[in-house]
Design a protein around this ligand. Structure first.
Ligand SMILES: [Zn+2]
Length: 87
């Protein structure tokens, strides 16, 4: 078993919030590093190259969900530190 990461290493969403509990690898097995919104069948669903692009996307989603500016900042401030963006 792969270690269950606390947050998706792409968008920073808590993995417990993912209804599918993780993305999928190319061979159909579960990928617990990235959530089902970010990663399907071994590929990222977006073509982002910079963490800033992901931050903007997530901030937009949080806004739709009714989060204010401070919470939007709080939930996206760690995205640039995630594994996908560190390389
Ligand atoms: Zn994700």
């Amino acid at each position: 078993m792969e270690k269950f990461d606390k947050f998706c290493q792409s968008c920073g969403m808590p993995m417990e919030k993912d209804p599918e509990n993780g993305g999928t690898n190319a061979d159909g097995t579960k990928n617990l590093k990235f959530c089902s919104y970010c990663y399907q069948m071994g590929a990222f669903k977006d073509s982002f190259t910079k963490s800033k692009e992901m931050v903007d996307l997530v901030k937009g989603k949080l806004k739709e969900m009714g989060y204010g500016p401070i919470k939007r900042w709080f939930y996206t401030s760690h995205i640039s530190q995630l594994e996908r963006w560190k390389r």
